[in-house]
Structure formats: structure tokens, C-alpha cells
Write a protein that binds this ligand. Sequence first.
Ligand code: ADP
Length: 431
Amino acid sequence: MFKRVHIRLTLLCAGIPAIITIILSLCYLYVSEQGLYKNRFQAFQNDMNTIATNLEQQSVISMEWLSKMETQGNYLFFVLDNGIPFLYNRLKDDIETSNRSKLLEESQAACRQMFEVTPSTPSNTYYNSYHLEYEFTSASTDTDYLGSVIFMGERSSSLQIYVLSSLESLKEQMRVQRFHFFLIDLSAVLLLAVFSWFFTGRLLQPIMESHEKQTRFIASASHELRTPLAVILSAAECCNTAPPEKQETLLKTIQQEGLRMSALVDDMLTLSASDNLRFSTQKQPTELDTLLMNCYEAFEPLAKEKSIDLSIRLPEEALPLCSVDPKRITQVLSILLHNAVSYTPEKGIIILSLSYRKNHFYLSVADNGIGVSEEDKKRIFDRFYRVEKSRSSKEHFGLGLSIAQEIVKAHGGSIDVTDTEGGGSTFTIML
Ligand code: ADP
């Protein structure tokens, strides 16, 4: 499920910027190509101005001059005298092919179409020279050209000079530019895809972890609830056929298991409230030494029952008040003391202590019981985690320490476990 979400998020994260990048680069490419074409057209017009001025100053158009201009500017010249090709054209025609004359015809046709100018008609108006520029595609050479027709004339005769310039180099320049843009866009899309894949992966990580945690939590909760439920159901079934004296025991079992289920549901609701940030703490200035003393007194009978020596160590000097929710902190200490009593054998020792150093309160429950291995220390705060040895115990669901941790976290404190000197474990809360 997450894989599909990951792919979709990547497509979304990379797709939108990629489309924007491509659209922007296409716009830029269009503007740039328009600019290139405009520059080329203007340069061609300027050259035609220069050529026309040169021609005006010459009394005779020499073949050397035409040939020189052709090679210098990569232009093709066609000179028509009253519509008849000049000697220069005819010579070139002999040397090259008939392509030149075809080109001239195409150019004349394009010019006629564009400006409605009939090149063979001599002009009656007096003028020195003027020129018109246009673009056309030659079908014979399959190339785009810029063309210009320069009219030189007097009353009696007229001279038309067609100058053509191939746009092939400009097209090549545009092709190279388009290829570069394609490469840039491709790299941008690839980079965006890679970045989005990692970025969305990182975003999804905590969601995936929380989902996995939740799934495990539900599986463990169902498992834990099923056991007392099975006992209740079978006891209820036996009740129907059992003799009256046995019925009482069965009803007691049902009640006990019901209470166990109720305790488990309470624990689960506490954790769920903490997960949904609905975990309320009513903090108030509290005397922690008094709070510890109350816990000590509450657990003393239970410890005595197991012949465990439960003692309390409080600092002699007066301590400042601590802003905590007394009910919640009592709940944490009860969990720790309950565990200490459960995991400490008879005649063991449990010490409940309080100290104050550098603006921090340290509350600890130390026992000399079975202790917690290094491996288990990392996991005992996980939900439903129980060390193998304590799995058989019916009273323990493996939720106590996770609830304790949530409460301490809600107070901005921390809880950890260390080994007690000489064996056993010490749980310390820092507030
Ligand atoms: P449980 O309800 O099973 O005690 P907890 O979350 O309180 O659940 O504790 C998790 C596990 O940590 C316990 O199953 C037990 O194995 C271990 N543990 C907790 N407290 C102690 C302790 N004082 N000494 C040894 N093991 C402990």
C-alpha cells in the first residue's frame, strides 16, 4: 500500500515542477528562436542596404565584385537586366547546374506573391534604388531562404538584383539549441524524480513506522483480550451444567477475568489518548517527597506480603515544589513499584528514593530482583513487550512501562533503566 502511495507522491511532487520547468523552457526557447530569426533578418536587411549603396556608386557591375560578394556573405546573386539574366548568371548556370535558375524562378514567384511586384516590368518612376526582403522555401533544394530584390533603375532601363541567403545555418543553430534544451529538461526531470523519491520516502517513513506500530498494537491487544474472553465464555458455558457449589467458583473466575479485561482496556485507552494528543495532565505545584511517601505507604502491605524489604530515602533538606500532575506521577510510581514487587523474589529489597540536583528531580525505584538484560532494556518500554520469563504472569500485559513513559514524556521528563549494583534493576524518572 505504501509503495503505491510512495510512487504516486513521487509522480505528483516531481510531475508538477517538471511540467512547469518544461513549459517555461519551451516559452524561453520560443522567445530565443524568435530573437535569433529577427536578428538574422535585420542583419540581412543591413547587408542589403550596404550592397544597394555599393551598387549605386558603381557605374558597371563587374563579375569579380559579384563573385567576391557571394563568397564573403554566403549570398547568391541573380542580376536581371530588364528581366533578362545578366551574363554572370548565365556563366554560373553553365558551371553549376540548372538549380540556380530554378531557385531564381522560385524566388521571383515568392517575391511576386508577397509584394505583387513584376520584376520584368520596367519602372516609370525615377529612383536610385530600393529593396524588399522576404522569406521563402525552395522546393527544389528543400531549404528556407531569405530573399531580397534590389531595384536599380532609371527611366530607360531597370536592373533587378535578387540576393538569396540560405537559412540552413540558422536552422542548424536552432536545432543545436533545441537539443541542449532537451538535455537540460531531461536532467531536470530526472533530478526532480530522484529528489522527490527520497523526499517523499523520508516523509512517509514516520507514517509507515506509526502504521506498523498500530498494526502490531491491534494484533497484540486482540491477542491479549482473546485469552480472558475465552476463559469467560467457557466458564459461562460450564455454569449451565455445573453443580451449584462449582458455579460460585466459575462466577468468580468470570468476574476476575472481566476485571482483567477492564484493566487492559483502561491501559489501551490511556495509550490511545496519548497517541491522539488527548492525554491531559493537570499540573500543579506538588511536594514530591509527600507524594513518594504516600506511594511507599500504599505498597508497604503488598511488599510485606512477599517478605520484601521496601524502604524510602528522601533528602533531608526542604525541596522546591515541582509542577506535575500528582495523580499521573503516582500512577507512574505505582507501575514501577508494582513491577519491582512482581520481579523481585521473596526477601528481596526495594528502595524508593528522591533527589534534587541542578534543577532536576530524580525519582527512582531500585530492586535487587531478576534484573533486565541489555537486550531487553531497549525494548521493555515498547507496547505489549514482556520479557520471556514474565510471560506466564496473568497480571502483566506489557503495557505498564509504555504508559509510564508516555506520562513522563507529557511532563517533559525522561525515564530509563539501569542495573542495580549487585543485581536487579533501577528505574529512574527525571523531571
Ligand atoms: P508488565 O505489565 O509485563 O510488567 P511492563 O511494561 O511494566 O509490562 O514491563 C515490561 C517488561 O519489563 C516486563 O514484562 C518485565 O519483563 C520487565 N520489567 C519491568 N520491570 C522490571 C523489574 N523491576 N525487574 C525486572 N524486569 C522488569
